[in-house]
Every structure is written in C-alpha cells, then in structure tokens.
Unconditional design. Structure first.
Length: 122
C-alpha cells in the first residue's frame, strides 16, 4: 500500500505529461495566435506537476519530476513520429525541456502553497 502511494505522484505526473503533450501535438488544444510567438500551451504543463505534487506523500517535487523525465524519451519519439517532423532536433529538445521546467515549476508552486497553509503562523 505504501509503495503504491509513493509511486502515485510519479505515475500520475508521467501519464498527465504524456496526455498534455499528445493533446498539443494532435492540435486538440488550441494554443495561441502564431503572430505572438509565445507558446501559451506550455502553461498546461503546470497541471502534471501540480497533480503529481498533491499525490506524492514525501517527494513533492522530485516525484513529479521523475515521472516527467521518464516520459521525456517517449515524447521525443512522439515528436518525431507526429506531423511536426519538420522541426529540428534542437527545437524539439528545447520545447520538451521547457515543458519539464513548467511541470517542475507547477510542483514547486503547489508545494509552496501547501506548506504555506499547513505551517502554523509565528
């Protein structure tokens, strides 16, 4: 029971990371207008970090990050198999690294908010 609970944050963040990545690659999620240059769809990668951090009992930051890093090669493979194969390898790699950053930032932000509300005031 304890092993399953420890792994719940890692597994859920890995699955959610893959779902968010696949939804953006398939065009299911409409990001932003192309003239802005900003990829606002990357903010959806906050969700795997937040959910994984809430489900991890001890490793609130490293648990979700481990799940995301496990899905990194799978997403890189999906990037090459998808319709967006005209992107360079450097673009794909930096896109996935920024997705990992946003996932870790979501886990860190969730950890901060939970600790802020559970710690007693001075």
């Amino acid at each position: 029971m304890t092993i399953n609970r420890i792994r719940a944050g890692t597994i859920s963040s890995a699955v959610l990371f893959l779902v968010v990545f696949a939804s953006q690659e398939s065009g299911f999620v409409v990001e932003s207008a192309k003239q802005h240059g900003a990829a606002l769809g990357l903010l959806l990668f906050l969700l795997p970090g937040i959910i994984g951090s809430l489900l991890s009992p001890e490793h609130k930051i490293m648990g979700p990050l481990a799940g995301v890093l496990l899905m990194f090669p799978v997403c890189l493979l999906l990037f090459n198999l998808g319709a967006s194969s005209h992107y360079t390898l450097w673009y794909q790699f930096t896109y996935l690294l920024s997705a990992v950053f946003w996932c870790a930032f979501g886990a860190l932000g969730c950890y901060f908010v939970v600790e802020m509300f559970t710690r007693p005031l001075l």
